[in-house]
Ligand binder design. Structure first.
Ligand code: 3IO
Length: 333
């Protein structure tokens, strides 16, 4: 049985290699949200840069909008080779990335640029076991999370009992704030908001424009809650089959890509807010100072919960948090 499986795998693998011309290769890159969103904009940028820097030896064929793999089967799909490359929002797999989830704790990131660069540097320094089954080619995070809602939320008290869409750690954040968290990937969220299954969503503001949430959610509350970390992963066999010079191009691009994506994301949040004000007359509320500090107090225990999770995974949470602070300060300097 086992021998047969190995034989089959070998045959399938050989067939896969044979179908690729040696000189030029096309790699498939799957992404789950619509083409208009930042994760897909950074995908196109990465694809262009890799094509340029390998002088056309590598062509990247992109599949935005879950046309090749959905959010829910992205990780497995890349591991099994349904796509060569895929983009994952780590929070969609609670428990799967105990190291990287340090970044989605309330550790005080105020921009996608700083958080993205920090995430990549942390990954490089620690080479965490959680990504052992794949090759990580890029990493970035969203901008800090804020509330977009169909009803005005001007105080923390207004959050109580409100059904809000989040994912992973951001759903835990919602629970700590007294809201009723409902977890789902981004592509399922417009319908949930539209049907009233949830009253709003917690993520970065640029989706007001990119997914037109501003049409349904006219009320925004600035909360500066944690970022969502992303990883762009490549199938291990695909990676191993690439020439060394191509591998170098990809490795050399990673830090720059994190910074490019973070900067684009931060700028795009502002563009989207301006557009939403002009197009739909959205309202943007700031919490009072008292509510802001109450909010930070309410979410602080999440860090302790993460520490327990990290220790269980054999990690040193104190060292990780210290390094995050160092890289954050470096990036902000
Ligand atoms: C996100 C995911 C897909 C498209 C746009 C986005 N903006 C912020 C996120 C973060 C995330 O994964 C999510 O589900 O909120």
């Amino acid at each position: 049985m086992r021998t047969l499986a190995v034989l089959l795998a070998t045959l399938l693998f050989a067939a896969g290699l044979a179908s690729q011309p040696l000189a030029a290769r096309t790699l498939s890159y799957a992404n789950f949200p619509p083409a208009s969103t930042v994760p897909c904009v950074q995908m196109e940028r990465w694809a262009e840069e890799v094509q340029k820097r390998t002088n056309g030896a590598i062509t990247v064929k992109t599949y935005p909008g879950s046309t090749l793999l959905t959010a829910r089967n992205m990780l497995r799909g890349v591991q099994t080779g349904q796509a060569d490359i895929g983009c994952i929002s780590m929070s969609y797999q609670p428990g799967a990335f105990p190291f990287s989830f340090a970044l989605s704790q309330p550790v005080g990131f105020t921009s996608a640029t700083t958080a993205s660069v920090t995430l990549w540097k942390m990954f490089e320094k620690y080479k965490p076991q959680e990504f052992e089954a794949v090759k990580v080619v890029a990493m970035f995070t969203s901008a800090p999370s804020n509330l977009m809602s169909r009803v005005p939320v001007k105080t923390l008290d207004d959050m109580k009992g409100l059904e809000i869409r989040g994912a992973g750690n951001l759903s835990d954040v919602l629970a700590r704030l007294g809201a009723v968290p409902v977890s789902m990937p981004m592509p399922e969220t417009p319908e949930a908001v539209q049907k009233g299954v949830v009253k709003g969503l917690l993520t970065s503001f640029e989706v007001l424009k990119d997914m037109n949430f501003a049409e349904m959610c006219r009320y925004q509350t600035v909360m500066n809650l944690p970022v969502y970390p992303f990883a762009v992963i490549m199938n291990k066999r695909t990676w191993d089959s690439l020439p060394k010079d191509v591998q170098k191009v990809i490795d050399d691009l990673a830090l720059e890509q994190a910074e490019w994506t973070g900067k684009y994301w931060d700028a795009h949040v502002q563009t989207a807010l301006d557009w939403s004000k002009e197009t739909y007359g959205i309202e943007v509320y700031d919490l009072s100072e008292a509510d802001q500090s109450a909010m930070m107090q309410a979410v602080a225990p999440l860090i302790d919960a993460w520490k327990v999770e990290a220790r269980t995974a054999g990690l040193d949470p104190e060292a990780i948090l210290k390094d995050i602070e160092t890289f954050k300060a470096e990036a902000e300097a």
